[in-house]
Design a protein. Structure first.
Length: 158
């Protein structure tokens, strides 16, 4: 990995506050330098990506409240707009479709797997049941998406 690159933002869309907290702890434990941003449902995810709602404008400190993610971790089962609907919108938009999306869900149904790939997901991962396995998953995702794969510069914000 090019050490001169700045850490790439990761956006996690998950309605479960415990899962969000565990994901942050696993990311910290995995020693990835990436910053993890959170949204709680598909509507908030789209607001984040389009800089709408409370993601409009700048923070008081001048920072971007919604930096373009280099990777989206997306739960399927969320209120308001589920992950399937959000994935369909993301992959239909030429300005967003290059952002890699990884489904991170408890679902193991073949229907969800097939439908997710039909909608353009980059990977489908079942949420691990232990914290140690979640740490290993974060390490693996970080290594794969930020060290091995070549991402378009536009999608990384570099």
């Amino acid at each position: 990995m090019n050490q001169l690159r700045k850490p790439i933002p990761i956006l996690l869309a998950d309605d479960d506050p415990d899962d969000r907290m565990l994901a942050q702890e696993a990311l910290d434990e995995s020693r990835l330098a990436n910053h993890l941003y959170f949204v709680k449902d598909g509507e908030e995810l789209m607001d984040y990506l389009y800089h709408q709602g409370h993601y409009t404008g700048r923070h008081p400190d001048g920072g971007d409240p919604a930096p373009r993610p280099g990777l989206i971790l997306l739960d399927l089962n969320m209120p308001k707009k589920d992950g399937r609907e959000a994935l369909k919108e993301i992959k239909a938009d030429p300005a967003l479709r290059q952002i890699p999306v990884v489904i991170l869900t408890t679902s193991k149904t073949q229907e969800d797997i097939y439908r997710s790939y039909d909608l353009g997901v980059n990977s489908f991962v079942t949420k691990p049941v232990t914290f140690e396995a979640l740490v290993e998953l974060m390490k693996s995702l970080g290594k794969y998406w930020f060290e091995i794969v070549e991402l378009p510069l536009e999608s990384t914000g570099v």
